[in-house]
Design a protein around this ligand. Structure first.
Ligand code: FAD
Length: 287
């Protein structure tokens, strides 16, 4: 399996299921989305040890079906030894692709461990494994909640690239101008790795609102008020959400985005519809 990727990259994100039903559902979702021929499937990782074994099981299941899998790996609360072991395990299972993150400490957990920032993790992975892994890192067009300014965010993002990141996936957003402005700032700062927009299809609006507040993603006022106006009318929420997100993706691709990364929430439905509306089938066949 090659460690490089094609020019425009389309990928799907899963979280590791907790139950047997969740595992079966994800297998079904993976089968459906594999038909779209994404460049890879990524699998999230719980900071502080909550879902780490399940991440490994899920990526192994993905690889077994002949698809490229990219486990997320967070460093907060970890030690050099524990991460060395995880990296060795991934290498043994033929994994060539990682999403390297700092993570957030689960509430009640104290002590950041031996790594402070994602840039420390990227540096460590490079020191330990050279060029074995293709490394993705996170980017925040609407600014990470702990960054004091956009400039500070770009500076710290650049540190991850200098430490050896190959590519980036953004936090989700619904305002394409935030993405284009962030890319311009990165360009001006001499950062030239691909910055792939993270796309969150809108399924459950109240859940999305709560989540957005925590991660610093803004839901534009006009979208929020229109969604709220639909009340319990889930069909209208779904239809409007599909229009908003498809239009967002189209604007991003037309403006030169180097691909799209879908936060699928382990469901194929909305992502597949958006994919079809964007006519991405033909492009993916070239991957
Ligand atoms: P960093 O890049 O380390 O940045 C964190 C903060 O520290 C930022 O505010 C940054 O500006 C600041 N900073 C960085 N370097 C310095 C420095 N040298 N001095 C001072 N400040 C600094 N979380 C999970 O737990 N599991 C997952 O699987 C997961 N997947 C994700 C996937 C994507 C694509 C994204 C966008 C996020 C994901 N997250 C995940 C969430 C992520 O862990 C959080 O957003 C976390 O708060 C920051 O992680 P990071 O890797 O961006 O950290």
């Amino acid at each position: 399996m090659e460690s490089s990727l094609p020019q425009r990259v389309f990928s799907f994100e899963f979280f590791p299921p907790k139950t047997t039903e969740g595992v079966e559902k994800l297998e079904h979702t993976q089968r459906q989305l594999a038909q779209l021929k994404p460049a890879f499937f990524s699998v999230t990782y719980g900071a502080g040890g909550t879902t780490q074994d399940r991440t490994l099981e899920t990526v192994i299941a993905i690889q077994k079906k002949g698809n490229r899998a990219a486990p997320h790996l967070s460093c907060i609360g970890a030690t050099r030894d524990s991460l060395r072991q995880v990296l060795a395990l991934y290498r043994r299972h033929g994994i060539r692709h990682l999403v390297a993150l700092r993570g957030d400490l689960p509430s009640g957990m104290v002590g950041v461990g031996e790594f402070r920032y994602a840039s420390d993790l990227v540096r460590f992975v490079r020191e330990e494994t050279g060029d074995h892994f293709f490394i993705e890192v996170a980017a925040y067009p609407e600014i990470h909640p702990q960054a004091r300014s956009s400039q500070e965010g770009v500076r710290h993002f650049k540190e991850k690239v200098e430490a050896g990141a190959n590519s980036a996936i953004t936090q989700y957003f619904y305002n394409p101008d935030a993405y284009f402005s962030f890319c311009e700032d990165c360009d001006a700062a001499g950062v030239n790795i691909p910055i792939v927009p993270g796309i969150m299809p809108i399924a459950n609006f109240s859940q999305l609102s709560r989540f957005s507040e925590a991660c610093g993603a803004e839901i534009p006022r006009w979208i929020r008020l229109k969604m709220q106006g639909y009340g319990d009318d889930s069909a209208s929420i779904k239809a409007f959400g599909l229009d908003v997100v498809t239009h967002l993706c189209q604007r991003l691709l037309d403006g030169g985005a180097p691909g799209l990364h879908f936060y699928t929430m382990n469901n194929a439905g909305l992502t597949s519809v958006i994919w079809e509306r964007l006519h991405l089938h033909e492009e993916a066949m070239g991957n």
